[in-house]
Design a protein around this ligand. Structure first.
Ligand SMILES: NC(=O)c1ccc[n+]([C@@H]2O[C@H](COP(=O)([O-])OP(=O)(O)OC[C@H]3O[C@@H](n4cnc5c(N)ncnc54)[C@H](OP(=O)(O)O)[C@@H]3O)[C@@H](O)[C@H]2O)c1
Length: 283
């Protein structure tokens, strides 16, 4: 499906951006890497938007190193909070809408049910705090897409790490006390495209379905690869060595309620997409 809008995507070398570019192929599309556009620089943003005059700006650029953000607060603030502000300001000048990609980490994870879009946010990390500020920079007419546990064929991600460890037979341990929806970049990008076409506004949770812990996710991958699961150990977050600087929500499960309300299907259960990705990654 091609889009009738002129689209500009930021953070063009990121794992989600690469699949977004693929999904929007055939559309009037501009993809700008970090090198081509630093979203934290307001003059660069204004110049780029005035030059390309997009109708939709999809901001997939972010500082996504969750632990790194704890040590680099200023940079996290600049990219994850000021960046979206700059994009909204630039978008206003050319009459564009903004699609801001956000995260499950805006929640504290204390709820005992999946999070819906209107649930109270309460980020526990610098990454979560700055991403929430990015959400708050949006106008009512913009679109916020929260996703979780992203992985896919491009860039570096946990799926690729698990596959590599499995192939080398090295022991690995994953936490069994954080649950979420593993989400695949191509599936998420496809739903984002549908939302853009529908000119959706407000907050949408967009994740693959199926709640698991990181340990269960790794176990599913090993099983699909035909590898023994004795390579894998379940641990608690407290047992992580070295301890992680950033707190993660224990419950990261995002209910895709707003998608259902709009009559759109959520991305499929992660167990449906996973074998197809493994086929490519294990070639
Ligand atoms: N990864 C996850 O598990 C996850 C989960 C939930 C939500 N999200 C959100 O999903 C979105 C996409 O994430 P992703 O996993 O695709 O991230 P990613 O692979 O880390 O890509 C982010 C991209 O942003 C670029 N970038 C960093 N600073 C920038 C700046 N100042 N200006 C322009 N570009 C900049 C990076 O370029 P350099 O590498 O060259 O700096 C990188 O290409 C982000 O908004 C993220 O917060 C991710």
């Amino acid at each position: 499906m091609t889009s009738e809008y002129k689209i500009l995507i930021t953070g063009g070398n990121g794992q989600l951006s690469i699949d977004l570019a693929q999904v929007f192929e055939g559309t009037d599309l501009v993809v700008l890497s970090h090198e081509a556009l630093d979203i934290s620089q307001s003059h660069q943003v204004e110049e780029a938007l005035q030059h390309y005059k997009p109708e939709v700006v999809i901001n997939a650029a972010a500082l996504t190193d969750v632990d790194g953000c704890e040590h680099n607060v200023e940079q996290a603030q600049l990219v994850n909070a000021q960046g979206p502000k700059n994009l909204v300001r630039g978008a206003q000048l050319v009459g564009a809408r903004v699609v801001q990609i956000s995260t499950d980490y805006v929640f504290d994870g204390a709820l005992d049910r999946p999070y819906v879009e209107c649930d109270q946010t309460n980020p526990q990390s610098i990454y979560g705090l700055t991403k929430l500020a990015g959400e708050q920079a949006m106008r009512n007419s913009d679109l916020i897409v929260r996703t979780s546990w992203l992985c896919g064929l491009h860039g570096s991600n946990i799926l690729k790490t698990i596959v590599q460890l499995a192939q080398t037979g090295k022991p690995m341990s994953f936490v069994d006390d954080q649950i979420g929806h593993p989400s695949f970049t191509h599936d998420v990008a496809t739903t984002i495209q549908q939302l853009v076409e529908l000119e959706a506004q407000g907050i949408f949770h967009v994740t693959n379905q199926g709640s698991v812990s990181w340990y269960q996710f790794a176990k599913t991958i090993l099983s699909l690869m035909g590898r023994p699961s004795d390579q894998l150990t379940a641990i608690t977050s407290e047992q992580l060595q070295p301890p992680r600087p950033a707190l993660r929500p224990a419950n990261s499960v995002l209910d895709n309620r707003a998608l259902r309300t709009l009559g759109l299907e959520s991305p499929p259960d992660f167990r449906i997409t996973l074998p197809k990705l493994l086929e490519v990654l294990c070639e």
